[in-house]
Design a protein around this ligand. Structure first.
Ligand SMILES: [Zn+2]
Length: 414
């Protein structure tokens, strides 16, 4: 079994190395913007093909000297990331791709070819790698990395990213591990609840507080207003003021803190779930047919695509996609399995009698109009999701743990 993981390490750069990486980062950003301008210009009927885009990138690197600062492989990677951004948008995982502004976007440069990296441990605290067109750079050795020294596995590529703390390297690694024995845990269905973050079919719901604390929300609002004010004062064509940059940095650090908090919860929760359950059933990301036809696909984009549609939903989808991603690999490592089922009508169907009626669902409450079963709308949906996976399960929502045990026997018998 192949296990893929990313390992993030902090780089320690000389000032000239940092300047060179910044330059590459900005060239990658400019490349993205050129691509986005070109891709969206002229609307639906003039969308370039991937091959044309690829040729245009090669040409641009010949014509514009500073674009050539970006290594060819990294430039190709920009195109890949860009098309993936569209796929993520069409499938409801991310917002509409946009231009990357100088002040607010995260700089990133890919070094997709593992052979060029030549990662080596220098001492107890330091490691070293080669960055294309920058040379040997040092990084903090904060733990072993697969494929370096005696660690089994291999590095398959790296991405350099600059965040609020400076430049980092993220190594992509692959390790061959023995396939684990089958997970002894029971099966469970999970619904993205309205009231709880994750509603479980056996009633062991996983909740969390607000990601952003009231003080932080206040501060964020204040900073956003300040940035808007500083932006108004700034003349078109002039570079943004240092004060505006500082405000952007402050906004970024609040956001980063909130995101870390969310990620922390997602990691802890998915570990608990992957330890406990052998099969986890989740709904496939809900992309309503209507929305899909309006948006189209990468090959056939829709005409009237609303750029800001459902920003909140997009963020929720993003968070859920991460949770599912973490769950998938953690289950796999433990011999468990993640199953995705189409989510049609799981919130309107009674998990006790199977009757589908919109009227049964009333906010957070579910009261079946047919058999009279009453319970939480979220756990009702979670049980439906579990049932949709075709597992023989008896019991429902509130009668929690017992139903899970029955499910397990049913699975083993089958
Ligand atoms: Zn019913």
């Amino acid at each position: 079994m192949k296990v893929n993981h990313g390992y993030k390490r902090r780089l320690t750069l000389t000032s000239s190395q940092a300047a060179a990486l910044d330059e590459q980062g900005h060239a990658a950003r400019a490349m993205w913007n050129l691509l986005h301008d070109w891709w969206t210009w002229g609307g639906k009927h003039r969308r370039p093909t991937l091959k044309q885009a690829d040729e245009a990138i090669r040409q641009a690197r010949k014509d514009v000297p500073w674009l050539a600062e970006l290594p060819a492989q990294a430039a190709q990677q920009v195109l890949r990331t860009y098309t993936r951004a569209w796929t993520n948008f069409f499938e409801g995982r991310a917002g509409y791709p946009s231009f990357k502004s100088r002040g607010r976007s995260q700089l990133a440069v890919d070094n997709p070819q593992a052979l060029t990296l030549r990662v080596r441990r220098l001492s107890r605290r330091w490691g070293e790698l080669t960055v294309v067109k920058v040379g040997r750079v040092k990084f903090r050795w904060s733990g072993p990395i697969p494929g370096v020294g005696r660690e089994p596995g291999r590095i398959t590529g790296a991405r350099l990213v600059k965040d609020i703390l400076g430049w980092h390297v993220v190594f992509r690694t692959e390790v061959e591990k023995p396939t684990p024995a089958q997970h002894p845990g029971v099966a469970v269905g999970i619904d993205r609840g309205i009231n709880v973050a994750l509603a479980l079919s056996d009633g062991n719901d996983q909740a969390h507080g607000a990601w952003i604390r009231p003080k932080e929300a206040e501060r964020l609002l204040r900073l956003e207003r300040k940035a808007a004010r500083q932006k108004r004062a700034h003349q078109r064509g002039e570079p943004a003021s240092n004060r505006l940059h500082r405000t952007y940095d402050q906004i970024a650090s609040v956001r980063a803190r909130v995101k870390r908090r969310r990620y922390d919860w997602q990691h802890k929760t998915t570990t608990v779930l992957a330890d406990r359950y052998g099969i986890v059933v989740v709904e496939e990301l809900r992309v309503r047919n209507m929305t899909r036809s309006a948006r189209g696909t990468v090959e056939e984009p829709g005409v009237n695509v609303r750029q800001k549609a459902g920003l909140n939903r997009v963020m929720l989808n993003e968070a859920h996609a991460t949770t599912v991603e973490l769950l998938t690999y953690k289950l796999m490592e433990r011999g468990g399995q993640l199953v995705k089922v189409p989510a049609a009508y799981t919130s309107q169907t009674c998990s006790a009698c199977g009757q589908r009626d919109q009227e049964s669902r009333n906010g957070v409450k579910f009261a079946c109009t047919s058999c009279g079963w009453v319970g939480h709308a979220d756990s009702n949906a979670a049980v439906n999701i579990l049932n949709a996976a075709g597992l023989a399960v008896y019991g429902r929502g509130a009668e929690a743990v017992g139903s899970g045990r029955e499910a397990s026997t049913a699975r083993c018998a089958a």
